[in-house]
Design a protein around this ligand. Structure first.
Ligand SMILES: C/C(=N\NC(=N)N)c1ccc(NC(=O)c2cc3cccc([N+](=O)[O-])c3[nH]2)cc1
Length: 320
């Protein structure tokens, strides 16, 4: 406890480790004033390659963590740092990492995988609409809110994230193209598809949820994992995929496409037939926007037809 920042120690009681990551650990903590349980992610700075990289990455990450506001993105409520570590206070996600959920259940039931996948798509759609690319979507970075199958998921770990800012390239493309070399345009097409990297990762995540094992793995055939990825050669083991619907397989196949310009986009995935499932969508929206938690949600609720519409005013009075 002694090496913790004093303010952190004064406000929170840190207890046992609940999660481990390559760049640090996660501890269960109690807010002393309310006894409320929170998670504290401790990231040791020396894990980053170079000092410059560390500060930029971490600053960007902290900025992103504090800026994002979506039900399927982890929220930070406090942030401290010492010379050698960052301490990020986060909401507790008692279901732990998706990685362990899939491992313990071999593979998820299709409707559960669909509910989780829809939430991941919503989270990534929000990030992309705010010019943020996650770039490191994997089962360890998807957290579950409870031990129940039907639960809220949250994306975390923006360590590799990048904020798409106005690039020199974009400005260049505004000027007269007459004197520009061809690679300036072809290079444009590659950076133009940088959002698509998250779509690929979501394809891998969905594959793991449905199949219970990774699509690219050294145990498959004689090619290296890198070669399998570059060739887009994934293996659907029949015994594992026999009970998975053709529509679900179609989503995976359209995301795990090597050419980013041909890969299904996040938007297109949200429109895919597999996700036009009213039951799942209602469950997802009930989890993401629980009634009564947010005035906006209340006002969006359909007032019961005919009966007096109960709406909460700012001062909390019920009005008929
Ligand atoms: C921001 C971040 N990583 N950033 C980075 N590596 N640079 C980050 C990474 C991982 C987490 N993980 C958790 O909050 C987390 C993991 C876990 C496992 C069992 C149980 C719980 N829990 O809250 O009950 C867990 N929470 C939270 C934040």
């Amino acid at each position: 406890q002694s090496s913790l920042p004093r303010e952190l120690r004064e406000k929170y009681l840190l207890t046992r480790r609940i999660g481990t990551g390559v760049c640090g650990e996660v501890r269960l903590a109690f807010q002393r004033s309310t006894c409320r349980k929170v998670a504290v992610k401790i990231i040791n700075k020396k894990n980053f390659q170079s000092e410059g990289m560390a500060t930029r990455n971490a600053t960007t990450e902290i900025e992103i963590l504090q800026r994002v506001d979506h039900p399927c993105l982890i929220k930070t409520e406090d942030f401290y740092q010492t010379d050698d570590s960052y301490y990020i206070v986060l909401e507790l996600m008692e279901g732990g990492e998706l990685f362990h959920r899939v491992k313990s259940q071999q593979q998820l039931q299709e409707n559960v995988a669909k509910l989780y996948f829809y939430q991941m798509l919503s989270a990534v759609q929000y990030l992309h609409s705010n010019g943020i690319i996650h770039r490191d979507l994997k089962p360890e970075n998807i957290l579950l809110s409870s031990q129940e199958d039907v639960c809220l998921i949250k994306v975390t770990d923006f360590n590799q994230s990048r904020i798409l800012e106005e690039s020199v390239l974009m400005r260049t493309l505004c000027g007269t193209p007459s004197y520009l070399a061809p690679e300036v345009f072809t290079q444009a097409s590659t950076t133009g598809y940088s959002l698509a990297v998250d779509a690929w990762s979501l394809g891998v995540l969905l594959f793991v949820c449905l199949g219970g094992y990774p699509p690219f793995h050294e145990s498959f055939g004689d090619k290296s994992v890198t070669d399998q990825i570059i060739l887009g050669e994934f293996t659907m083991v029949p015994s594992k995929w026999r009970h998975v619907s053709d529509q679900a397989k179609d989503v995976v196949r359209r995301l795990l496409v090597v050419d980013p310009s041909k890969r299904m986009s996040i938007e297109a995935a949200l429109q895919h037939a597999w996700l036009q499932d009213q039951g799942m969508l209602e469950t997802a929206h009930r989890l993401m926007y629980p009634p009564g938690e947010d005035a906006a949600a209340v006002s969006m609720q359909e007032a019961p037809s005919g009966g007096p519409s109960k709406r909460k005013r700012g001062d909390g009075d019920e009005e008929d």
